[in-house]
Design a binder for this molecule. Sequence first.
Ligand SMILES: [Zn+2]
Ligand SMILES: [Zn+2]
Length: 97
Amino acid sequence: MHAVLLFIRLRALLFAECRHHPVAFCETCRRGYTPEELGTDVGNGCYLCRQCGTDLRASVTAHARTCPNLTPTKPLVRMVGRPASQQSVRRSYRPSA
Ligand SMILES: [Zn+2]
Ligand SMILES: [Zn+2]
C-alpha cells in the first residue's frame, strides 16, 4: 500500500516535469510512454504497457532517478532566474531630496 502511494506521488511529479518526453519504456514492445500515454487512471493499470501488459513501474522509477528535470538543483535555478522582483523593489525606492 505504501509503495502504491509513493508511486502515485511520483506520477504527479512526472506529469509536472516530464510531460513531453517518455518516462517509461517497454522492452517487449520497444516503445516509450509519456505520462499522458500511461494514463490518469491511478490504480487501474496505469503503469502497465498498453500493448502487452508488462509492469512498467521499474522503468518509471529508473527514469525518476536519472531524469535531469527531477534533480534537486532545479528549484535553486528557478530562484536565481528571477531578478525582476528585486529590480522593481529598487526602482520604488527614492532618495529623499
Ligand atoms: Zn523526465
Ligand atoms: Zn509492451
